[in-house]
Design a protein around this ligand. Structure first.
Ligand code: FAD
Length: 468
């Protein structure tokens, strides 16, 4: 204890957004902070976040007339499956001030607000340019680096793998031990663990193997750093953990045609669906509410025919231009001059695709005109998907929870309604420029196929289905 308080510094393990937020907060309160990160560059998964950051009651929402607050966000979160209201409440109450802090303190543009899966209000913030996670995390990182250059209040050590928490007695953490270039070093002070999750922890002794062995075979969009180091170090000194079995399976990982089986995949930002992207199956039919929660979309992929494609018309792709250019540059998205060209390449019948897009557009128009009170699906296939939207939660649940949840899936949901709203962005007549991507599995064998986008889903949905 004596070695920690009063402390001359605070140790932050991990240089993602959590780490740099903690480090800046320490500086704001007049302290000193050292950030230790095992990777050659900081940023972690935070720089990969492509859709945006959620916050309720923000100035960006107010400027757009969006009525949202922490209670509505909390209600959505609990509906989404959160089982600990006291924990969810902290997140929801702090979300708005967190977004404001980023805007005010780091001069960030978070003025665009989208409504994504599971949300009853638009509350996912991003700026006009680039991936929001990258923009936000770099802003904090660069500010911290500047302070480090000009004072001794901030330090960053990269390639510094923290492997042990130093203790003084059974419960007193007094510092951390790290390894750098084959040497071990100690830092003393209070320790804040910000080392991220364990979604890329695939070893046989991994947290994934311990808590969700059913997901071990899936590909991931996590960085390789994501091995649960902080959690493991904490557990070794008897720290308690909660909810580690709640591992999310995302439906839309991007499949690179020439590397379909890659264990690490690009994530198709949820925002692509948020701006009106349409998910179609092998035959060109729509099979789900694109804005349904993630496990529901994954589940619907399992029940329908792969490969799946995510199509954005020219308006939608313009709205999310930067993302599309990025994905195209990475070879996981492709632009088509028109719908016919897409059909020629994929073997989808033009009249089927046209009907899919027309229906999609029609429903969107109806919602926009407020003519319907609930979404009306035109096909049986689609109506199944609407029910499913209600039945599932934001995360991929453990088996037992899934069964319970699916019993409650009898009627159209508000979530589905949300989905139809976004569809208005799809043109009703043969769209001039259809950008397709996505893709997934050739068969239920889990063979990820060709195309481009969505699918870790492929395999994710495979696993999800078997888990269900
Ligand atoms: C592809 C993708 C897209 C996403 N999109 C979104 C989105 O749009 N919106 C959203 O809200 N969330 C999104 N997420 C989730 C979000 O990115 C994470 O929840 C968030 O980045 C976690 O931040 P973090 O700082 O806790 O961890 P990270 O950003 O992962 O940072 C952890 C850091 O800890 C370091 N580290 C790990 N172990 C050690 C160790 N032993 N010693 C020292 N350093 C260590 C790592 O090198 C890394 O730099 C996305 C995630 C992925 C993978």
């Amino acid at each position: 204890m004596a070695k920690v308080f009063p402390a001359h510094q605070c140790i932050v393990v991990g240089g993602g957004l959590a780490g740099f937020s903690a480090a800046h907060t320490i500086l704001e309160y007049g302290g000193r902070a050292v950030v230790l990160d095992k990777s050659p560059f900081c940023g972690g998964n935070s720089t990969k976040a492509t859709s945006g950051i959620n916050g309720s009651g923000t100035s960006s929402q107010k400027a757009k007339g969006i009525k949202d607050d922490a209670d509505i966000f909390l209600s959505d979160t609990l509906k989404g499956g959160a089982k600990k209201p006291e924990v969810a409440k902290v997140m929801c109450v702090e979300s708005g001030p967190g977004v404001e802090w980023l805007i005010e303190k780091f001069d960030l543009d978070l003025s665009l607000v989208a409504r994504l899966g599971g949300h009853s209000q638009p509350r996912t913030h991003r700026g006009a340019e680039r991936f929001p996670g990258m923009t936000i995390t770099y802003a904090l990182m660069q500010r911290f680096e500047k302070i480090a250059e000009t004072s001794d209040r901030a330090r960053i050590v990269n390639k510094a793998r923290v492997f042990n928490l130093l203790t003084d007695g059974p419960k007193q953490v007094i510092g951390a031990e790290y390894e750098k270039a084959g040497m071990a070093y100690n830092e003393y002070g209070p320790v804040i663990l910000c080392s991220g999750g364990f979604g890329a922890d695939f070893g046989s002794d991994s947290l994934l193997a311990k808590y969700r062995p059913d997901l071990l075979h899936l590909p991931t969009t996590n960085g390789e750093h994501c091995t649960g180091d902080g959690i493991k170090m904490g557990e070794r000194i008897n720290a308690k953990t909660i909810d580690l079995e709640w591992v999310q399976v995302h439906p839309t990982g991007l499949v690179k045609i020439d590397d379909a089986d890659a264990k690490v995949k690009f994530l198709a930002a949820e925002a692509l669906r948020g701006v009106g992207g349409v998910l179609i199956d092998k035959t060109g039919n729509r099979f789900c509410n694109e804005l349904g929660r993630r496990d529901y979309v994954s589940g619907m992929m399992w029940k329908n025919q792969p490969p799946f494609r995510l199509c954005l018309n020219s308006k939608a792709s313009k709205e999310i231009h930067w993302h599309c250019e990025h994905y195209k540059g990475r070879g996981v998205m492709k632009g088509y001059k028109n719908m016919q060209e897409l059909c020629d390449e994929t073997g989808i019948k033009p009249d089927v695709l046209r009907k899919t897009l027309d229906d999609h557009s029609e429903i969107g128009k109806k919602v926009e005109a407020n003519l319907t009170r609930a979404p009306t699906m035109r096909t049986r296939r689609a109506s199944r998907s609407t029910r499913g939207a209600r039945s599932s939660s934001t995360t991929c649940r453990p088996r037992s929870m899934t069964r319970t949840a699916s019993r409650s899936s009898r009627r159209p949901s508000t979530t589905a309604w949300v989905g139809w709203r976004s569809t208005r962005r799809v043109r009703s007549r043969a769209p001039r420029a259809v950008r397709s991507v996505v893709c997934t599995r050739r068969a239920r064998s889990r063979a990820v196929c060709t195309a481009t986008t969505a699918s870790a889903a492929t395999r994710c949905s495979t696993a999800w289905s078997s888990a269900a």
